[in-house]
Design a protein around this ligand. Structure first.
Ligand code: RB5
Length: 146
């Protein structure tokens, strides 16, 4: 699995924690920035990651801003992206099982590194269940084509 990771200045510290986790787990990843605490605009960060995931360059993306809200709103504007903002393990697992979320959004100012690591681990290993959930995903994809 190839994972893209990105953040704005509000998510910088948490991104470093997530990168540590990916390295410990031997998961292939690319860090798409930002790389310093210099303020950046979260839509730029989110569109860049989401478009790369939508093009198929990565299997999944993890994006982090202060709350996770801005990056999730922006990422969900990109066709083919199903970004889930999850601050608990249950939602993270369900976003894969039922929603086939291909982007996980996190708030670096909302949760600590321990919970964030558990969320990411669960989210990366959970598999989409398909079946009736595929029909619902297909409806979202059809809506995007309007
Ligand atoms: C930046 O201060 C902050 O607004 C951003 O990280 C994010 O929380 C937006 O949703």
């Amino acid at each position: 699995m190839r994972v893209a990771v990105a953040c704005d200045h509000g998510g910088l510290n948490l991104k470093q924690e997530i990168i540590k986790l990916l390295e410990q787990k031997g998961i292939e990843y690319e860090d798409l920035g930002t790389f310093s605490e210099e303020p950046v605009d979260y839509p730029d960060i989110a569109f860049n990651l989401a478009e790369a995931v939508a093009r198929g360059e990565y299997d999944r993306g993890i994006i982090i801003c202060g709350t996770g809200i801005g990056v999730s709103i922006a990422a969900n504007k990109v066709k083919g992206i199903r970004a889930a903002l999850c601050h608990d393990v249950y939602s993270a697992r369900m976003s894969r099982l039922h929603n086939d979320a291909n982007v996980l959004a996190l708030g670096g100012r909302v949760i600590g590194p321990g919970l964030a690591r558990e969320i990411v681990e669960e989210w990366l290993k959970a598999e989409f269940e398909g079946g009736r959930h595929q029909r619902r995903i297909d409806k979202i994809s059809s809506y995007e084509k309007k």
